[in-house]
Write a protein that binds this ligand. Sequence first.
Ligand SMILES: C[S@@+](CC[C@H](N)C(=O)[O-])C[C@H]1O[C@@H](n2cnc3c(N)ncnc32)[C@H](O)[C@@H]1O
Length: 258
Amino acid sequence: MKKLSWYYKKALYYIKKKIDLDNYSIETNNLDYLFNHFGSDKGTLIKHPYDKKKEKIIGHSFGQFYEKYFNEFKNEKFDLLEIGAWKGASIAAFSKYFENANIFGLDKNFKFEYKSKKITFLNCDTTNIKDLKKIEKKIKNIRFRIIIDDGSHFLSDIIHNLKFFFKFLDNGGLYIIEDYKHPEYYSTLNDTKNELFISQIVEKLKKKELFKSEVLNESDQKTLMRNIDSIFIHKGIMKDKKTDNNVSDIVFFKKKLI
Ligand SMILES: C[S@@+](CC[C@H](N)C(=O)[O-])C[C@H]1O[C@@H](n2cnc3c(N)ncnc32)[C@H](O)[C@@H]1O
């Protein structure tokens, strides 16, 4: 039954009319403007994602950090992967910001609303080994300049994604985890008993200290330590409605050039 509904969703996805970004003109190439325009919570002020009649909501304001690290190579030809593409708001924004990049959006759902020669949608549940094997075949020859994890934000998923996808990052590339502290703020996202939080893993990687993990074995940890050149962390502006605490955190792992 589950399988049937997957085929049904996939069929619906292929026949659904998409927004054609190749014939969609938009004047600015400022990332924050683009995130706001397409409705990604990476922006500063966006349409309410679920209810368009509701007033605008404050986003993370991650555009300023992305501009800081992306601007120098924005006109180059490279590959970008976002894990957790949802309807494609940020993928659409990146496709308009990066003139010459190939943009890959990966999601377990078929909500993706856009089409373009530059965009490839990959259906994959990153918790499903068969799905990962299929994806591995599709991307085995690609080394991404940018990989962004904006998926489930469950701690186990974030760590598994880092283990699986880091090998597809190009030398000098950036592996980015959005909302990496959500498992610290929201206990429901802290779904593992024996893993460190990402902020603790960041400290261990910086100090090159091995740590206990059931996902990242010694060899994975050594690979990360050997390959990570620098780590940048930033805070955005989104607040939790109930607690009023700032819950916007983003980490950039820059891979060594060689
Ligand atoms: C926060 S939304 C992404 C928003 C999007 N990046 C944007 O800026 O508009 C998170 C997405 O992650 C996807 N997701 C959650 N768990 C996943 C998994 N295990 N594998 C693949 N995608 C997953 C969800 O389906 C959802 O579309």
